[in-house]
Design a binder for this molecule. Structure first.
Ligand code: ATP
Ligand code: MG
Length: 246
């Protein structure tokens, strides 16, 4: 981590434009929800954050509970052909991809709750020990919601997840599915209150065309933009078009 980042106490996402709308990055130890509808780029964005972190010398982990590890890596390489050093970062364990085993245990059997949430937490802890990750992605927490059933248990578990990630000293990014792809249809979920930060990714319709936009709904301990910033997915990664309102 650059000395400057340490002084600021922030983890730079390294996403072009995103660090501008969060006043220089995510405060260290914050747990940030990345929420959006299908196909808005939650997996690619969070994977790019982990990749950028590893490339910047800060060990990272990407825990996938939806797609397989191989699929995530393949899709990332296809989308971002210029990030051709990713295999090197993975082989050096600067970037750890994990989650296949945990996901199959959650999904396996007739009673997914038999695989207790505490086991998921201890799996995460074990994964982070592999390279001493300081930047961690869980993609996504939506499977955990299905696993945990009732809302009270789920809410308590999400608090436990957030608290444990803080205890482990990591800055976390947790993706979550939203039913609506656009801003008009968005409703506030309990997760928006539980985690330290919430980044929402939209696909709004403008003149019969879908246009991507992202918004920092909240970021504890940080000033941030109040605007919806348009973004594009390019071969060189995400490009967020910032509006100077902070
Ligand atoms: N090579 C590419 N170039 C440009 N855009 C791409 C490319 N590959 C994928 N995309 C865009 O990224 C989207 C998929 O991104 P991603 O898988 O990260 O979305 P997601 O929000 O995680 O979706 P899901 O809700 O299914 O998990 C695609 O719908 C497509 O619009
Ligand atoms: Mg995804």
């Amino acid at each position: 981590m650059a000395d400057n980042d340490k002084a600021l106490g922030r983890l730079r996402t390294g996403i072009d434009g995103l660090d501008n709308i969060t006043s220089g990055g995510v405060p260290l130890n914050n747990q940030v929800l990345i929420a959006g509808g299908p196909g808005c780029g939650k997996t690619l964005l969070s994977m790019q954050i982990a990749y950028n972190s590893a490339k910047n010398g800060i060990p990272a982990s990407f825990i996938t509970l939806e797609e397989t590890q191989a699929e995530v890596l393949e899709n990332f390489k296809t989308a971002f052909s210029e990030f051709n050093d990713i295999d090197d970062l993975v082989s050096k364990k600067m970037l750890v991809l994990a989650g296949d085993e945990t996901a199959s245990k959650i999904q396996g059997g007739n009673d997914s709750q038999s695989y207790a949430f505490s086991s998921v937490l201890s799996d995460i802890e074990d994964i982070l020990k592999i390279n001493g990750s300081k930047c961690v992605v869980i993609d996504s927490i939506s499977l955990l919601k299905l696993m945990l059933g009732d809302l009270l248990t789920y809410r308590k578990s999400m608090f436990a997840l957030s608290t444990n990630m803080k205890r482990m000293g990591v800055t976390g990014f947790l993706t979550m599915e939203l039913h609506s792809t656009n801003r008009q249809g968005m409703s506030f979920s309990p997760e928006f209150f539980i985690f330290d930060g919430t980044l929402i990714m939209y696909q709004n319709i403008e003149e019969n065309k879908r246009v991507y936009g992202m918004e920092v709904l909240k970021m504890r301990g940080s000033d941030h933009s109040l605007s919806v910033a348009p973004y594009e997915i390019t071969k060189r990664g995400f490009k967020v078009f910032t509006i100077s309102d902070i």
